[in-house]
Ligand binder design. Sequence first.
Ligand SMILES: Nc1ncnc2c1ncn2[C@@H]1O[C@H](COP(=O)(O)OP(=O)(O)O)[C@@H](O)[C@H]1O
Ligand SMILES: O=P(O)(O)OC[C@H]1O[C@](O)(COP(=O)(O)O)[C@@H](O)[C@@H]1O
Length: 315
Amino acid sequence: MIVTLTPNPSIDRAVFVDTLDRGEVHRATGSRVDPGGKGVNVSRALSAQQAETTAVLPIGGPEGHLLEELLDAAGVTRCSVPVSGSVRMNISVLEPDGTTTKLNEPGPQLSGDEVDALLDATLDRAATADWVVGCGSLPPGAPTDLYATLVSQVRERGGRVAIDSSGAPLAAAVAARPHLIKPNHEELAELVGRALPTLQDVRDAARDLVASGIEVVAVSLGSDGALLVTAHEALHARATIVAPLSTVGAGDCMLAGLLHGLSSGLPTGDALATGVLWGAAAVTLPGSRVPSAEDLHGIPVQLSADPDLSITLAH
Ligand SMILES: Nc1ncnc2c1ncn2[C@@H]1O[C@H](COP(=O)(O)OP(=O)(O)O)[C@@H](O)[C@H]1O
Ligand SMILES: O=P(O)(O)OC[C@H]1O[C@](O)(COP(=O)(O)O)[C@@H](O)[C@@H]1O
């Protein structure tokens, strides 16, 4: 069972336009609404593959009601923690060539009691979980060390904990030594404070983090797939998608597949390949739709234990 904590969930509204011109009126060609937030997406991706998961999240305001309805309709088991502010709405503007422009709101102000209630609800479920995962940005009022606290408390209880965040909350969590982190290329560069133009640069940065006490550093690299580094190996996997539709939530699906593989007892390489497959399948789908079992068919994944480290990464 995988428990996700999303301190700052969202309603994700994807709006489709022919081209995006700043300052102009646009007639959208379509739109869709999905439940959102990184941990929510991890739980959605797991549920869509019949894997056991519970999403812990704050719920407040009319957007909170809608989020609960959407999660119930998707069959995602949830633990809602009532809060006084409203869940945010994040907007993605999608152009036909796959270019995605995102507008993420800050989220509601949480009180200290609301933050404590979120942590307690997550830790209550930690005993029965293979993994506890803290994901996404923090809303106003949540302390920067929220994920660091989650890491220490799950560790104290003997559980395994993964973090997918960015900036200061990720840096604080890393100091508490989670078992796994899943930064993307940009988040890893920010974490280590330098540009990482090649796969070797990414491997070296991930190795430093492993040396600091994190067991698994899985770096998602967009169209370049993902690199997973442990004390013993550096594995690379990728899948080619010719016409990506939407990358929103691809990293969350990749993390869901990786954790599902690890908790099912797959060897690390196969777990990575599962993550890359789920991430690649996600980019073939509109908005932040998560892949079903059928969506995973026919996408070949190349896995290498000895990747060409000299390649320059796409971004
Ligand atoms: N253009 C693409 N082609 C193929 N796979 C992709 C593409 N973009 C993303 N992916 C898949 O989705 C995963 C996550 O993408 P990435 O953009 O790195 O994550 P994030 O959403 O966290 O920024 C990648 O590891 C890869 O498996
Ligand atoms: O918590 P953040 O960093 O604002 O991100 C939240 C947004 O990210 C998502 O989880 C999608 O993630 P990515 O596009 O980064 O893969 C959306 O569902 C949500 O709107």
